[in-house]
Design a protein around this ligand. Sequence first.
Ligand code: MCN
Length: 790
Amino acid sequence: MTRLFGSPIPRLEDERLVSGRGRYLDDLGRGALAAAFVRAPHAHARIVDVDVTDALDIDGLVAVYTWEDLPGKLAEPLPLLIPHPALTHPKTGYPLAREEVNHVGEPVVMVVARDRYVAEDACDRIRVTYDPLPPVVTIEDAVRAEHLVHEEVPGNVAAHLVQENGDARAAIAAAPHTLELDLDIQRSASMPMEGRGVYARWDAEDGSLRVYTSTQTSTSVRAAIAAKLDLPLHKVEVVVPDVGGGFGVKIMHPWPEEVLIPWAARLLGREIKWTEDRREHFISSAHERRQLQKVRVGFDDAGRVLGLDVEIWHDNGAYTPYGVIVPIITSTQLLGPYKPGAYRVEFRSLYTNTVMVTPYRGAGRPQGVYAMERTLDAIADYLGKDRAEVREVNFVKPEEMPYDHGLVFQDGRPLVYDSGDFAASLRLLKELVGWDDFESYREQARAQGRRVGIGIACYVEGTGVGPYEGGHVLVEPSGRVMVSTGLTTQGQGHHTVFAQIVADELSVPIEQVHVTTGDTRLFGYAVGTFASRAAVMSGNAIALAAREVRAKALKIAGEALSRDPEDLEIVAGAVRAKDDPDTALDLATVAVLSNPLRYAFDEAAKRATQFAVTDTSKPPVPEGEKPGLEATAYYSPPRSTFANGMHAAIVETDPDTADIKILRYCVVHDCGRMINPRIVAGQIHGGVAQGVAGALYERIVYDENGQLLNASFMDFLMPYATEVPKIEHAHLETSSPLNPLGIKGAGEAGVIPVSALLASAIEDAEGFRITRMPISPSDLWHLRQRFAAG
Ligand code: MCN
């Protein structure tokens, strides 16, 4: 049988999904009651009064709830998911606002009604009286601290952290050359095709809840519901249907709606559903990316960085459910494939009266790469050196792996790179894009009156973060191989890759393998899908479980065939003797033999009778074994494994209109051993598309009152496929020594360097420094005017 690990087979789930047979949250719960929310219209205000009287006589209204109605733990603030010592002033919101609202869109009242129309009409009739407070909208407002987002948080500083390796300031002072850069990256947000959504059913007789939710983290939503509603864990089932994209926004556990809807379903004894609309997604889910950065760098004549001192002001939004995870990722992964002589980073995470900031695909890395790569471009310009060469002199070398940066990573463990050959990646990228031939191309273009530029940006990505993930593999008496893992799927092709792994390990046809993800009925322990961790974490756990099943199958078949398991092998779905292929038992028969309660109605059971243990002195289940041809295994990594990559792009900027076109886009990517190169390429392409969107088109715009001005696709400029360039890619596979399969993650990589890269390429075309991203034609046009005016 051909080995499937490493094969670019098409995704098994796609036919179903693209032919309209996916089941998304809103496809469920037809006939359920609908919930809708009254959300804050002010960025910052005290709630004076909530008057629901006018809504109560609407036909079809079922219930109206405010914070005052919430019992017990439900009335408490939502949990702080990842505490950190630097987070001195954590703040999380209430499921429904209590006395104050801190951003436009915060939920204040929940309405349950016959259908969504009635619920929305009722929302319109609810009068909330507010006493508006001065809002803090931007980082600059927060730093000025004339007003406070949370009264008890001085200076609006949620968290403050300094990390150092060596004395960067002294190294800069002693360096032959120094530079300073002020950089700015704007706020953006993930826009999955499907927004969030929850549908809950209460079974009064059983006293249990079934909750369907569009989430990236089913087990922790379940734990939160059980805790908030004071239910035993086993009375709460969380099932994740098909999910139309997450990109980080669905990792909050729980969202207010995820505890409120189940609570109301229990209280009313009715099924209730809520589906987020696009406006709600803009104003009441999560955003990311805004940072101001100040970089001071000292370097030598070769462009080697001797000291790097970076200050970061991070816009945290109104609450900190995720602690400092985003700025801490920025501050550590900023280093990319490089090793500055000494490094100091200091960040302040600042509250603003805006939608809270949680990880969005790339999670803080695009900002870090932006700071580092803009700095290296500035050094190259200053020294008149080739930009790729300046990068190369700063690379960590393969012989220096594992490389310890002397810093603490986001998981609290040391920041240590496990593998990668950055110089090899760079060589490959330069060849792919034709780096050395670009100047002659530029000359030709110039002769035609065209302005072109080339850019480069490199990154590393800590992937496969712990603490663990599990996998369960079961061979049924039918011969079907059922695989489950607790993490969820939002479009990454997990069902295909996990089936590839198991089909290989058990030597069964892939069509026989069925994968389920994110269903707490099947797998209760899991962390979730984020941080490019599914392949490393669940991939390895499932492989380990399949290996256990394989060993067990050999043992059971060995007993039945009176052979030593060592003398047996599994080939094409059957256990057979290495020296005699006719002495064989198919896996279905072995599955029957593994279970003392034999399935007499099954074909395999009939075959199994001739091998059944007839010696009554032997126990029906072999000593030390459990019944069933199944195994559960967990994988817990020693630390994160670091994927890496480099992108290069050629752009053309219109001398008159300042229109920006990407002519070539090249990617070299190394995520260790690839389970499925086609899926990895798809992930990279999708990531690049999202990165191009964030670099040239999308941004979240607030006015001075904290009103989101572009909360719809009319105004938030999501690019079409026509704006996404053709992506040329090459893979490098340096195996990770940290996990049995040698893999590293790939899910976020594509998006990470794009803003840095396009800034680099546009700068090269235009001849002046780009320090603010995203950049639109109008931004570029204004920059040109400013540059021309000196
Ligand atoms: N893969 C592989 N070989 C490797 C590494 C990965 O074949 N060496 C495959 C994996 O098996 C998986 C895919 O590539 O099918 C991505 O793997 P991984 O890097 O483990 O990332 P996750 O599966 O954990 O996905 C999370 C990641 C993140 S953090 C965001 S955000 C994101 C992303 O994936 N959101 C997505 N990609 C997305 N893709 C879609 N379609 N929708 C989203 O919401």
